[in-house]
Design a protein around this ligand. Structure first.
Ligand code: FAD
Length: 347
């Protein structure tokens, strides 16, 4: 029998760890290089929604999420600065778990399955050559189409929610306030500034609190923020990228990011990792070349994600541009039919 060739995964985030776990379940030798360590807080709405939930079930990971304290979210409500729209029920419950717990539990599971995990180890190889899967997350962009995008997140206590996830249109972005594990609420925002514009004096927590007098500001009036959970990320790129034609073999945000308003990025990380499992296993066993495996996965990612990335851009446009103009945004949020369709189309 031909021994399996080993696979190196660069990046121990959700995509890298999920791919590592799936490969170990198939008996493939895997080493993951992770620049950071576990557990740690990450900027994320912590709202898993979409087909990635089925990937967790297929890989036997959903019970680990439940044991780690994942909670379900069934309702979503949108607010502009001074107006709240009707509460909508999600067609399927989303799974909410702190990234502090999530990444660490996947890392532990990967190790339990015999994977080698090198933490605090930044991959500085010449590139992503044969046998090296790229799962390094977003491809940093200082600015995109004249905007600089950045994300902020903090956990808070003492917040009474009117739905499991509240989405607030904030100045220069949007903020999600939602249930998460451990009895806290997660406050996570995406913001944009004109490239070249001077930074405002407002700190991260002030941005997350929203404009004084706004619905968001009132909602967080009694919030007690947990400073250790505060984190930020910059250099985000939200323009969709096709996987085909990319020089390296990628999964997760390395392929493309979806606008966070969809709450589908983690799902895409799990899904792309699963799509890569059979081709990577076939390469490891000498059945296909690296190039063939890469092309197969890129083609599948483009087919599966293309349509939802289009609708995700429409949704983000509605929130960032449509909300202040009111018309299409108001119509979409007052109609449960439109809302449900939009929800389905973005995942
Ligand atoms: C503001 C905001 C809110 C979001 N909210 C949600 C949400 O509610 N629901 C949802 O589904 N998604 C959400 N997302 C998206 C979600 O967080 C990402 O899609 C998901 O984390 C992608 O997983 P990944 O494994 O591809 O990347 P990451 O989780 O970023 O992991 C990449 C890993 O690679 C490591 N790495 C990078 N370079 C190297 C190197 N050279 N060597 C070694 N290691 C390296 C990094 O340290 C990191 O751990 C949100 C994103 C943002 C910005």
């Amino acid at each position: 029998m031909i021994p399996s060739k080993s696979i190196t995964i660069v990046g121990g985030g959700l995509a890298g760890l999920t791919a590592g776990i799936g490969l170990r379940q198939r008996g493939v030798p895997v080493t993951i290089w992770e620049a950071g360590n576990y557990p740690r807080h990450r900027v994320c709405g912590e709202f898993i929604s979409g087909r990635g939930q089925d990937v967790l079930i297929r890989l036997g990971l959903n019970s680990l999420f439940e044991h780690a304290g994942a909670v379900l979210a069934d309702t979503v409500v949108f607010s502009t600065l001074h107006r709240t729209f009707p509460v909508h029920r999600t067609p399927r419950s989303a799974l909410c778990l702190s990234r502090y717990a999530m990444d660490a539990l996947l890392a532990a599971e990967f190790r339990r399955l015999g994977g080698e995990l090198r933490v605090s180890s930044r991959w500085a190889g010449p590139g992503f050559e044969e046998g090296v899967l790229r799962a390094t997350g977003r491809r940093p962009q200082p600015a995109e189409k004249g905007w600089r995008w950045f994300g902020l997140k903090v956990h808070a206590r003492g917040v009474r929610l009117t739905a499991d996830l509240e989405m607030h249109v904030a100045s220069g972005g949007y903020v999600g306030v939602g249930v998460t594990s451990g009895g806290a609420v997660n406050v996570c925002g995406l913001f944009r500034r004109r490239a070249g514009a001077a930074d405002t004096a407002a700190g991260g927590l002030e941005l997350l609190r929203g404009k004084p007098g706004s619905v968001l500001w009132q909602r967080l009036g009694n919030a007690v923020f947990e400073p250790d959970t505060f984190c930020s990320v910059a250099g985000l790129s939200l323009s969709p990228r096709r996987a085909s034609g990319q020089g390296d073999f990628s999964v997760g945000d390395s392929v493309t990011m979806t606008p966070p308003v969809t709450g589908n990025g983690m799902s895409m990380a799990f899904e792309s990792a699963e799509l890569a499992l059979d081709p990577l296993t076939a390469w490891s066993r000498g059945v296909v070349s690296w190039e063939q495996a890469q092309k197969a996965v890129a083609g599948r990612c483009d087919r599966v994600f293309g349509r939802r990335l289009f609708w995700a851009r429409v949704l983000q446009w509605l929130v960032l541009v449509g909300a202040p103009r009111s018309g299409p945004f108001t119509m979409a949020l007052n109609s449960d039919w439109i809302w449900q369709r939009m929800f389905r189309k973005t995942r």
